[in-house]
Design a binder for this molecule. Structure first.
Ligand code: KG4
Length: 347
């Protein structure tokens, strides 16, 4: 099978993602996605956040069944795989070690190269995944990408797959963190972004206004906004204990609008300064319907060519790891068998 694929010059990449609380495996053949399996870990919901020790243990349990399922759904033999890619970081070190160790074992057993992938670069490059029978809208370099997740809020100038410049980033909380913390104040679950998003659709976004941060350049700050939201609610509850219940949807819509305005104001300025009209969004918060609508409005008003991922590529997934690895495969940018994961943010 491998020989046959080699004759066809097929490049088949198995991607593994295990940076946080999702174990995922995906197969990409010549840039086209064949399978993308994600095993989510329900165990954390009872704790209001991800418990690293539990995440590592769940990855250990999930990794082999997830990879087997991805290979099965792709309809290939494991011998056909050209290279194995895995998330090297950033993320939870115990979780990353599971993917790293699995990749080492698989690469050694199959005698194929191993490719390390930066999780944040992969979120950006998810826009290059192609699917059979679906029109592909793929950005040309250079483009700007707003990367917004639970741990990051960055504006990235993407000059090439391996040349990304962070032109702005949060100096404190990430946008997703702001959504999560505000949702908690409103009595919502973790993660709180989808809860705020859903409530906001029934609320008036102009009902309340919250002061926006004044930060120089293209950097963000969300901690002051979160604090002013908490103090505002505390003061209103002192006057009316039913305040949250009576105004929940308006509160969600107003805080969501403020976060989106802050994100888009800086992104718009960055697009102008760098003279770029191709603008992408990536990361967990890119699932937000208000943010998606704001992108469309900017496309209509400023002539932006926008790149908004499918919902399945907004959260952590191995398809983005595999597509990133495909770029590296063609450059023979292979990993060494003794490489170790890194937990901190680097791009
Ligand atoms: O990229 P991601 O899945 O995980 C990492 O942070 O690595 O992002 C998770 C974040 C959480 O803060 C979650 O609340 C947020 O994405 N999120 C959303 C929505 N869906 C997920 N935020 C706003 N609206 C959503 N629909």
């Amino acid at each position: 099978m491998k020989e046959a694929d080699k004759k066809n010059n097929d490049v088949i990449i198995l991607g593994i993602e295990s940076s946080c609380d999702d174990t995922s495996a995906a197969i990409i053949r010549n840039g086209f996605l064949l399978s993308n399996v994600i095993a989510s870990q329900a165990v954390h919901s009872a704790y209001g956040g991800v418990v690293p020790e539990l995440a590592s243990r769940a990855h250990q349990q999930n990794i082999i069944p997830t990879v087997s399922e991805a290979i099965k759904r792709a309809g290939i033999q494991k011998e056909a795989i050209s290279a194995i890619a895995y998330t090297r970081g950033p993320g939870l070190i115990g979780s990353l070690l599971v993917g790293n160790s699995f990749a080492k074992g698989f690469a050694t057993a199959m005698n194929i190269p191993m490719i390390e992938v930066n999780h944040l670069q992969a979120h950006v490059l998810a826009h290059f995944i192609k699917e059979e029978n679906e029109p592909a809208h793929i950005p040309e370099f250079p483009f700007l990408c707003l990367l917004v997740s639970g741990g990051n809020s960055q504006i990235i100038l993407v000059k090439a797959y391996n040349d990304m410049e962070i032109v702005g980033q949060t100096i404190d909380d990430a946008a997703g963190e702001a959504f999560d913390k505000c949702a908690k104040v409103l009595g919502g679950p973790y993660p709180g972004g989808p809860f705020i998003d859903k409530l906001a659709q029934e609320g008036n976004a102009d009902a309340f206004s919250f002061s926006k941060p004044h930060i120089a350049g293209f950097d963000y700050s969300f901690s002051g906004l979160k604090t002013s939201f908490m103090y505002f609610i505390r003061d209103e509850l002192a006057k009316n204990p039913q305040f949250i219940e009576e105004r929940k949807a308006d509160l969600a819509a107003s805080i969501q609008k403020t976060v989106i305005d802050v994100l888009m104001d800086k992104l718009r300025k960055a697009a102008k300064q760098y003279g770029v009209k191709r603008v992408a969004v990536a990361g967990g918060v890119s699932a937000n319907s208000g943010l998606r609508a704001a992108f469309q409005q900017h496309a209509d008003k400023y002539g932006w060519d926008i790149f908004v991922p499918k919902f399945s590529y907004t959260t952590d997934n191995a398809a983005m790891i595999a597509i990133t690895a495909q770029f590296k495969y063609f450059d023979a940018a292979f990993d060494s068998i003794d490489s170790v994961p890194f937990s901190k943010v680097v791009i």
